[in-house]
Design a protein around this ligand. Structure first.
Ligand code: ADA
Length: 543
């Protein structure tokens, strides 16, 4: 399953989830492996970093253009169809698709060589305070495409002065044929219909728009997460050629001075940072465990999640849409130094990640903030140029959401003027041994002069390590559950009662695995232990 709703009623699709053949490159052993999944599920491969080969046959029932959709391969994929190389993709956390034209009916061979090694070639996947797993970690789908097909739909809603909703819609249509095509594009949304004639030149791609008022709809909000199906169909001489369905919510995110507004009303974000990680399944959580995480977050009183530090599986975003969670979704990057940002592949790989995830996730009403470059070199002039570039690229792709970058360059950050929302990671009581309120006051005073005045302020990380089961009632030494409680409580008491703050994201929801060699010395058990639940979601005292 790749989405929580059906995206096509006309286009034929085949979910390739299941058991695939797998082997490690240049080794004879063969395994039967689950897709989606990480190869660490196989006991013999639980720490393997290298190249792995996934293969399976697919049966095609009629001559067709075939589209292969990969929701996430960690971290580099080379795809072969009937032993012909058809494409390559870098980056574990963004979807990509490949088209094989005019495939004949019958059996065909699909092979994907997956690589999760760190090297100069990889600027974003580096040894880090989370783990880069290997595998076809998110869903894979095969689609039968007509020559002319709907590539994407976007939906943007706006609350007008009379409190009525208006929406701007776009459809991107591709014509693979060598002739011009004239078709009908039929839209349906919230019981309204609209049709237009569209003409596409041979081998072209074009955008078409529809804009309308929707006086009867219910707004999407955490209290009423009302969703609507947006459907577009391509019709030629009464024959339906293709369709695409998106699930959307009418909601608007704006800012008024230091406030963040949802549908015109101020909101306060009570959030957690969450990594996609779970023992046994790595980053490839099945739906049941994703949903359980949201149950636990709801139980903790949270209304928001930050997808630190990369775009998430769309199934998780679908759940957030459905359950009314507010999401800060982030471009892939964590703690990159200036030298790492100067990797010759950094600009290209970052731009590709943004180019892939923002359009793919644009329609999720739950996403209310885009984030970028968590704790990278924002204190340097060269770093600033790279921040500027990413802010610009995101804003070109989406003007409807605020953009922010979480910083820990206290008093030296050069990029606060670029933010729509200022976001600071504060570890008072853990790394920094000073009183929470006094530190916040100093930070606040600096922000006002560093380009962050009159903007909403979010404490995007705060927290403390606590090892599940480690108790030290009297001394409350660091790493004990008692000390973790004390530090989190002191931070929360300050932030939740301070009117200058628009939201908090606790670091972190659950303990997550880290890259071993580079991180073990400061990360007992080779886990980042700042979760309020451990990796199995067993509650610590902090809960
Ligand atoms: C940073 C970083 C997190 C995590 C955290 C920590 O703020 O953004 O990914 O590494 O520190 O635990 O130190």
């Amino acid at each position: 399953m790749i989405r929580l709703f059906q995206q096509h009623q006309i286009r034929r699709t085949q979910d390739l989830s299941g058991i695939w053949d797998f082997k490690v490159k240049d080794k004879p052993e063969k395994y039967q492996i689950t897709v989606p999944g990480c190869w660490k599920q196989v006991p013999a491969l639980s720490t393997y970093r290298g190249q792995g080969i996934y293969s399976r046959t697919v049966v095609i029932s009629e001559l067709t253009n075939l589209r292969l959709v990969f929701k996430g391969v960690s971290h580099t994929a080379e795809v072969y169809f009937d032993n012909q190389f058809i494409g390559r993709h870098y980056g574990a956390y963004t979807p990509f698709d490949l088209i094989v034209p005019q495939v004949k009916a019958g059996q065909h061979q699909l092979k994907i060589v997956v690589d999760n090694r760190f090297s100069e070639q990889s600027a974003l996947h580096v040894p880090n305070d989370y783990y880069t797993y290997g595998g076809l970690t998110r869903g894979v789908v095969l689609e039968y495409l007509s020559d002319t097909y709907l590539q994407a739909l976007t939906f943007t809603s706006h609350l007008q002065a009379d409190q009525q909703w208006q929406a701007e819609l776009t459809a991107t249509i591709v014509n693979l044929a060598a002739q011009t095509k004239s078709l009908t594009l039929a839209w349906t949304l919230a019981d309204q219909r609209y049709q237009q004639t569209v003409t596409l030149a041979a081998n072209s791609q074009q955008k078409f728009t529809w804009s309308a008022d929707f006086p009867e709809v219910t707004a999407w909000s955490p209290q009423t997460p009302q969703l609507y199906f947006l459907q577009a169909e391509l019709i030629q001489s009464a024959q339906k050629l293709d369709d695409l369905i998106e699930r959307v919510g009418f909601r608007e995110v704006t800012m008024k001075q230091t406030q963040l507004l949802l549908n015109g009303r101020p909101i306060f974000l009570k959030g957690f940072n969450r990594h996609e990680d779970y023992p046994g399944v790595g980053c490839s959580l099945p739906l049941a465990l994703m949903n359980r995480d949201l149950d636990l977050l709801e139980d903790l009183g949270a209304n928001a999640v930050r997808t630190c530090h990369y775009p998430n599986d769309e199934l998780f975003l679908d759940l957030c849409d459905q359950r009314g969670f507010l999401v800060w979704e982030e471009n892939h990057a964590r703690g990159l130094s200036l030298a790492q940002m100067e990797n010759p592949n950094f600009n290209r790989q970052s731009a590709a990640c943004i180019q892939e995830f923002i359009p793919a996730h644009y329609n999720h009403p739950s996403i209310i903030i885009w984030g970028l470059l968590n704790e990278c070199a924002s204190q340097t002039a060269i770093g600033r140029k790279k921040y500027q570039k990413q802010f610009k690229q995101i804003r070109q792709l989406d003007q409807s959401r605020p953009v922010t970058a979480a910083t820990r360059q206290h008093f030296t950050d050069l990029c606060l003027d670029l933010d729509d929302i200022v976001s600071v990671n504060m570890y008072s009581g853990w790394y920094d041994d000073h009183p929470v309120a006094a530190q916040l006051d100093q930070e606040y005073a600096w922000i006002q002069h560093a380009g962050g005045d009159n903007k909403p302020l979010i404490i995007s990380e705060f927290g403390a390590g606590g090892i599940y089961g480690d108790h030290d009632y009297f001394a409350k030494s660091k790493w004990s559950e008692e000390r973790q409680v004390e530090i989190i409580a002191a931070n929360l008491e300050t932030y939740l009662h301070d009117e200058r703050i628009t939201g908090v994201f606790l670091w972190q929801f659950a303990d997550c695995r880290v890259t071993e060699q580079e991180w073990f010395a400061t990360r007992p058990r080779t886990y980042n232990n700042k979760g309020v639940v451990d990796e199995y979601r067993r509650p610590k005292l902090a809960v």
